[in-house]
Design a binder for this molecule. Structure first.
Ligand SMILES: [Zn+2]
Length: 360
């Protein structure tokens, strides 16, 4: 009897301990995501990534992502999407017609996850290496029937509530058909608008905007560390407000170089984007309450790897088209709830899952 009692005591102790230990684990690992960094390589298919990886001696920062999925990219109007419909799918969770920004296929304006995050009190940011009015970033704050309406898109920045942006497109704000100056309008709305990030110290006070080129930024080989520096500035500044944040980062010009069927140009853009990815992953790793999701709006060029060498860091590729292709694109994720982005899904599923994870 004594022996049975003793065993029972041991059992009770054990149960008590496991319960306590389980509680401890729950407390030390937050289940709610505070920050989301959503990174989009425009035109970045698997072969663009693998070209960059090979040319970098066989490794990239993106490999640190713990989970991988695949997204179907077709739009409402075409098997081959453009960046407007692709951006709208990734920003709002709606398939729409090629050319349309932040509207569903019935031309009705639909809210983006950035706009929902803004409404929920999170700090919001956009970083791109093209004009900030270009299709992908525009899909997160504007609602226009045609992606070419850059000046109308610029006007929407004023009412968007975006707290931080870096990109080109100064002309769309200041050299306009209506002769208005929307940089001044943004300043009147409390924004600090500057034209270079070079001498800017992090963190900046929000709202803050950088119009770093009249139109698009120059290509990767000519713009130095602009993109990784802009991402670093964005993360530090958005995080400093302390409310949690949603940041979209576009590696915009992988698409341009793929349209031009320029293998070296593609590699330079992918390596540049990957340096920005490192900044995001380092932050997420330190922070512990951040989710990083990296994907593409579509593949461009039908890029095919023909030969290469990890030893010499060389890559030989061919392209099948000067346009976009219909292939699925990879999704990489890291951090809290990274496991929610595995499997094959519609591109529209990605923002819907981010929305759920952020509780928007
Ligand atoms: Zn394109």
């Amino acid at each position: 009897m004594k022996k049975v009692l003793f065993l029972f005591a041991i059992f009770a102790l054990f149960v008590g301990c496991t319960k306590q230990c389980a509680n401890k684990i729950e407390y030390s690992k937050p289940s709610k995501v505070k920050n989301v960094i959503f990174m989009i390589g425009d035109g970045m298919g698997l072969n663009q990534i693998y070209a960059g990886m090979t040319a970098n001696g066989g490794t990239l920062n993106i490999e640190r992502c713990t989970h991988i999925g695949l997204a179907k990219t077709y739009s409402a109007s075409s098997y081959i999407t453009d960046s407007a419909a692709g951006g709208t799918a990734l920003a709002t969770g709606n398939k729409t017609n090629n050319g349309m920004i932040g509207m569903n296929a019935d031309s009705v304006a639909v809210k983006s996850i950035l706009e929902m995050a803004e409404e929920a009190g999170l700090a919001t940011g956009l970083v791109a290496t093209v004009r900030i009015t270009h299709a992908t970033p525009a899909a997160f704050y504007a609602h226009q029937i045609n992606r070419g309406m850059y000046e109308e898109i610029a006007v929407e920045m004023l009412t968007s509530g975006v707290d931080f942006f870096v990109g080109g497109g100064r002309n769309n704000f200041e050299v306009r058909n209506d002769s208005l100056n929307y940089s001044d309008s943004l300043r009147n709305a409390n924004y600090n608008i500057v034209y270079s990030i070079d001498s800017v110290e992090a963190p900046v006070l929000l709202p803050f905007g950088v119009l770093s080129a009249d139109e698009d930024m120059p290509k990767a080989s000519e713009r130095g560390d602009f993109l990784p520096n802009a991402v670093d500035l964005a993360i530090k500044s958005l995080d400093a407000r302390g409310d949690g944040f949603f940041l979209m980062v576009e590696g915009s010009q992988i698409d341009y170089q793929s349209h031009g069927n320029d293998t070296e140009g593609v590699v330079n853009e992918v390596l540049d984007f990957d340096r920005a990815i490192r900044i995001a992953l380092d932050f997420a790793e330190r922070d512990g309450e951040t989710l990083v999701v990296i994907t593409a709006d579509h593949e461009t060029g039908g890029m095919t790897i023909m030969n290469g060498s990890y030893v010499d860091s060389t890559i030989t590729a061919q392209f099948n088209t000067g346009g976009h292709t219909g292939t699925m694109v990879p999704i990489y994720s890291f951090g809290l709830h990274a496991d929610k982005f595995t499997g094959i899904m519609e591109n529209t599923e990605i923002p819907l899952r981010i929305k759920e994870i952020l509780g928007l």
